[in-house]
Design a binder for this molecule. Structure first.
Ligand code: ATR
Length: 278
């Protein structure tokens, strides 16, 4: 019997990655013969690790922190959405030795919001917290759903302004500081800061929310993040609060589709991974 096709996720750290479990469930569900592993790559060894993997016949990679910009540089060709994001989270490795670089993070977020949480983004006021790589990767897909306004609030205001400038051709987007958030509340608030990782809450005024606002953290954990706790304490209904586990599974599904040409069902996989979180 032929060996299954080889895939992997490269990152540092990588030990807690859910991607191998997600792709194993996708492969089982769709009957695809593939193997997907997590690899800890030395901080100065990304390019070598990719070349070794490709030379050994590897067919595709996911790339996570801190290598998404390095993957962008190494790609032989890039999708338009990867160009916009300035980061690559997926390689399709061609037999010619070329790496096609894509970014599935933005579509993963939009699909989780729209398909899994039933939100419509069209005509809505959206607030993004943070102005790093996570937020940059989300902007094109969010703006593609035609919100009325997309605001980026960041501790370092200059970064929010620069990001808004980079995407101004795609819709109504503005950058501001947390102090500048006025009395106009937002329909959807997405936390894209790394504050949750440290158990911190960005300095968000409660006036940014109304009673039906949906509050979404791009991070996920077994327990509600600090941002999710803040949302609950400020009156958001439980159904209107979510972490980013669905985004993780949706971006994985889009990578899987690029590699295998089949679209897995995500809902049972989100449920299975949720149940496994400790
Ligand atoms: P990533 O690529 O994961 O987005 P990043 O580029 O380091 O990571 O960006 C982290 C983001 O979280 C930044 O927007 C950062 O704000 P600054 O640009 O002002 O540094 C934001 N951030 C991190 N900790 C924060 C905190 N405690 N409160 C508010 N914002 C925070």
């Amino acid at each position: 019997m032929a060996e299954p096709d080889q895939y992997a996720v490269f990152g540092n750290p990588i030990a807690h990655s859910k991607s191998p479990a997600i792709h194993a469930l996708f492969a089982e569900q769709t009957g695809q013969a593939m193997q997907y592993d997590a690899r800890l790559v030395p901080l100065d060894g990304f390019e070598t690790a990719v070349r070794d993997f490709a030379d050994a016949g590897g067919r595709g990679l996911n790339i996570t922190v801190p290598f998404k910009q390095a993957a962008y540089q190494l790609a032989s060709r890039r999708s338009p959405r990867a160009e916009r994001a300035g980061a690559v989270n997926t390689f399709v490795i061609h037999s010619s030795g070329q790496y096609f670089g894509d970014n599935t993070d933005g579509i993963g977020l939009a699909r989780d919001l729209i398909r899994n949480h039933g939100l419509s983004l069209s005509g809505k006021r959206i607030l993004l917290l943070g102005a790093g790589g996570a937020v940059r990767g989300a902007l094109e897909a969010l703006l593609g759903n035609r919100p009325q306004q997309l605001s980026i609030a960041n501790r370092t205001v200059e970064k929010a302004l620069a990001l808004a400038d980079d995407f101004a051709d795609l819709g109504n987007i503005n950058g501001l500081g947390f102090d500048d958030l006025g009395a106009m509340p937002y329909d959807l608030i997405i936390n894209g800061t790394s504050a949750s990782l440290k158990g911190e809450m960005p300095p968000l005024p409660a006036s940014a929310m109304h009673t039906d606002s949906f509050c979404y953290d791009m991070m996920y954990a077994a327990e509600p993040t600090v941002f999710m706790q803040w949302a609950a304490a400020n009156g958001a209904a439980a159904d209107n609060i979510s972490d980013g586990l669905g985004m993780l599974v949706e971006q994985a599904a889009e990578s899987f589709k690029l590699w295998r040409g089949v679209e897995p069902q995500t809902r049972p996989v989100i449920e299975a991974i949720r149940a496994s979180l400790v």
